[in-house]
Design a protein around this ligand. Sequence first.
Ligand SMILES: [Zn+2]
Length: 510
Amino acid sequence: MIGMRVCKVFLGGCLVLGAAPSPAADVLLQHLQVYDGTGRASFAADVRIKGERIVAVAPHLRPTGLESVVDEHGLALAPGFIDMHSHGDRGLLEDLDAGTITRQGVTTILVGQDGESHYPLADYFAKLQATPAAINVASMIGQATLRAQVMGQDLYRASTPTELEQMKAVLAHELAAGAFGLSTGLEYEQAHFSTTEEVVELAKIAAANGGFYISHVRDEANGVFDSYDELLRIGREAHLPVEITHIKLGSVPVWHKAAARLPAYFDQARREHIDLRADVYPYTYWQSTIRVIVPDRDFFNPAKVANALQVNGGAEAIRLTRYSPEPAMAGHTLAEIAAAWGISPVEAYMRIVRATIAEVTSGVEMEDIIGTSMSEDDVRWFIARPEIMFCSDGELHGTHPRGAGAFPRILGHYVREEKVLPLELAINKMTGLPASKIGLRDRGRIAKGYVADLVLFDPAVVIDRATIEHPQAPPLGIPGVMVSGEWVVEGGRITGRHPGVVLRPVAAGR
Ligand SMILES: [Zn+2]
């Protein structure tokens, strides 16, 4: 029964349930420049790994004769990166190597995002335990998933008190399966009509289980600051940490406001003892459904659609990346499509929504767009800010380059080329910081006793190569990635090993 592994972070240790996995070979990595995940300056050391754990970090460790010894010639070693918002669970059971993720140095993904999680979560975890992947998986519970379980397809409204009680019961059950808290995607139809009070009541259940709240906020564009107020209110009233995920200022009227407006939110949170968190992906363009740009869902109101296109940078700034009713339109901007159809961009928008609206209830995605609606200065501000973590928001086989490039893009483009932040801080924001915020006590750091989730990279070379044209292109400069003491990427190649585990929180009764 190799592979029946459930990792519970427990008293700083890791309980491995089920039969023992095959032992990883012991390894001594010599001549490393260690970025230990704490944010402190790097240092030269050797690292010894025994089984799944780091057992020594020091200069000039002497080989024991019982281990494989590898001279890394001064390459950098960091803890495995933690992706705070991933859709890498889509298709993971069919692609257990998860090469799109591991090649970036990511060893743990947090899924169940935007209000949608596997249901029941216990079944998904059981599948992952039976056929483990190369990466570790942690999950949130999605509020839209709870709504769908209780309210069916009747989601364009607030829940009733009875439905809310039922959702709370489902949530408690799902949290007990080992989730880290509650996620919402309040910008999406399935959740947009839920009241703040509904979310607060659900968040209280997450809080009682030691969980946190992560949100794709209600409006990422003109109303974004109201959305942050709502998120803080949820943290205040439900008494739990709150995270703005894939933080962005996504429309022209709110561009260039990060430096002026965001510090006040962090200051207010500190004053009120609310643990406010955020994560960001390093791109100025987002990907979502074309419907999100009309916030009140009045999709067929020409004046509102015209305004939505304008605040999102115009029809030239919106590129269709998937359109199943007419696949040839994928890759073209809304302006080009309107010209091809001989209609206005507003009419083209409405035609696309009409042809794909069934995806709201069917769950089968028919369209998505990439919108170039963020400003570079805001993205840089988020990337540099010490308390803001990183995410990809990516998929294993997605059409946005963030799925294959987010983490190396930070290291290569924003750290080395643009000098937006120091390397040790970037590593901390990918490792030690998210591990502590999620509550992973023995990951996210290179130190004795920690699990050997590790990334070997060359700071002078590392760079993303994924583009809109080639969204799957793997990065350069990341020759080795280890999960629980086993190489999943070695010499730049996928090894086919699958040592990943399901991560669950520490909590009484779990
Ligand atoms: Zn999202």
